[in-house]
Design a protein around this ligand. Sequence first.
Ligand code: CP
Length: 311
Amino acid sequence: MLKGRNLLEPMDFTIEELKELFNLADQIIQNPELFRKACDGKILATLFYEPSTRTRFSFEAAMLRLGGQVIGFSEPNSSSVAKGESITDTIRTVACYADLAVIRHPKEGAPKVAAACTDMPVINAGDGGHQHPTQTLTDLLTIWKERGGFENLTIGLCGDLKFGRTVHSLIKALYRYKNVSFVLISPEELRIPDYVRKEILIKNKIPFEEVENMQEVLPKLDILYMTRVQRERFFNEEDYVRLKDRYILDGAKMKLAREDMMVLHPLPRVNEISVEVDDDPRALYFKQARYGMYIRMALIMSLLGTEPKEV
Ligand code: CP
């Protein structure tokens, strides 16, 4: 049962709980009409201390499509945060008005701090360069729907693996499935942090390799997960400029890949996938963004413990 729980880390939910969530998302995809009033009378608060398009809009669209309502801010300076209010005081206040809160914050661990001071369920919508568990749910639903499961997959993760929180979360979620291996493609400076390499991959004896050359590993991948270089997390612009266009997936590189390789990207994209790839049937990143709304509908319903209602 997920009712009343938080989602702060990708591993907060068991494999069985995730399966229930995917099944519910699938029911919503098959029959959205049935869920039109599932959250009637409920209020979702979206507290975005950092910019977002997909995460905020998909959460808000999800709640509206479930018949609930949404309050919140996308610009913290439009709230009392601008007057110096702490995140704990903000969340205590929001809990007086809403049933569920979604928080994106530049500081790692901020949603966890917020969750500790309220009984209202709190969802981490991205905390600094740390984790992004609902993007992971989105990625998993996409793989589950398009590939049928998570076992026996070779997953290439490419780009900014140091600051890319979606990569950290995806590895943490996927390593639990049978016969999964990772190919980590990045420049030396943007390799995955040690807490992922040592505490997840090495500790659990998960096969992985770290490479710099994308072309040489493309033919063996079942999934290629591209990421942008996270400009906002760099300490100096010079390093960003030097690294930003290191990997660009284009039509020529796609010819090296399998005919059924899935190309995923959490988006936003900058230059790392050429627009010519968008028409390739293997390019699933906009479909992935759509799945993000359905999995968030399933998540909202599950944390609130709501059911489909007669309309
Ligand atoms: N994937 C993702 O988190 O996108 P936004 O930053 O637009 O929410």
